[in-house]
Design a protein around this ligand. Structure first.
Ligand code: SF4
Length: 278
């Protein structure tokens, strides 16, 4: 592990989630002499619990967190730049797992621009909180620049979910509060949410849920349907709340207006496993 030199910098990107927070604790304990800079890239659409958790990290670890943010807001990108041409005209369209333009414009580009501006010609050591028990096809939130060297301390040291839990509990940091109803950090409208998590957003932040509803475009007579979930609008999620909760309690996800078939349950389970949001 290298100490800071004139042309090197050590950076830990906090996501607002448990793993990167636990990595901050771990690095502090294992490499107390390392001059780490903590950075959070704010999409401007984070959950209130995320901002509260960042404050908790600042207080518990007694650190500063550099907040990086795009010059333009989500609304700028959504309404001005992301237009899809259809046979019925042009419509703004939502990001999706197949087209994650939100991550690019709200996280990756602002982070890269900040790095280039703040540390031009530096060698950057970037510490990433991927766990040893996670899928190896995940890369975490890293830059594409060649002067950035990623480090994966949890993977190198074989730390798994239980180790992360221990680190967070014994440090007094605990988990972010949104873990009571949601399994990952990110924007309040993140399309990686399960329908049960969308209902969690409705219960915990009804105003944000209604805001997310306003981004959906549904024009049935023109067959236009840009919704956060593939198969259901947010209004429909509220309408089918009981069925969604009952399907989820049987480890599936309600994906239509009829009862789920066994194959659908397996597909929903597989889909849940491959979802990542970094
Ligand atoms: S949290 Fe979800 S919606 Fe937000 S930038 Fe990441 S993938 Fe996009």
């Amino acid at each position: 592990m290298m100490r800071r030199s004139e042309h090197e910098r050590h950076i830990l990107a906090l996501s607002g989630g448990k793993d990167s927070a636990a990595l901050a604790v771990y690095m502090r304990q294992k490499y107390p002499e390392l001059d780490l800079e903590y950075v959070f890239t704010d999409t401007g659409c984070e959950l209130p619990e995320t901002y509260e958790y960042l404050d908790r990290i600042r207080a518990v670890l007694n650190i500063d967190i550099t907040v990086v943010k795009s010059d333009k807001s989500w609304d700028n990108y959504w309404s001005l730049f992301k237009i899809k041409k259809t046979e019925y005209g042009n419509f703004t369209y939502l990001p999706s797992p197949k087209n994650r333009w939100c991550t690019e414009v709200l996280k990756l580009i602002p982070y890269d621009e900040w790095l280039m501006k703040t540390y031009p010609n530096y060698k950057i050591h970037s510490y990433v909180g991927l766990r040893a028990d996670e899928k190896r096809d995940r890369k975490g939130f890293t830059s594409t620049k060649t002067n950035i060297i990623p480090h994966y301390p949890f993977i190198e040291d074989g730390c798994n979910y239980n180790d992360i839990k221990y680190l967070l509990n014994q440090s007094g940091l605990g988990f972010p509060d949104y873990y009571k109803w949601r399994s990952r950090s990110g924007c309040y409208f993140c399309f990686y949410q399960t329908k049960k998590e969308w209902l969690g957003l409705y219960e915990n932040h009804p105003v944000l849920y209604k805001k997310a509803c306003q981004y959906e475009t549904i024009i049935p007579e023109k067959n236009i349907k840009f919704t956060w979930c593939d198969d259901m609008s947010l209004e429909e999620i509220l309408l089918y709340k009981d069925k969604i909760l009952s399907a989820e309690s049987n480890k599936g996800e309600y994906n239509g207006k009829t009862a789920m078939k066994l194959t659908d349950v397996f597909s929903a389970l597989l889909e849940t496993k491959v979802k990542t949001c970094r």
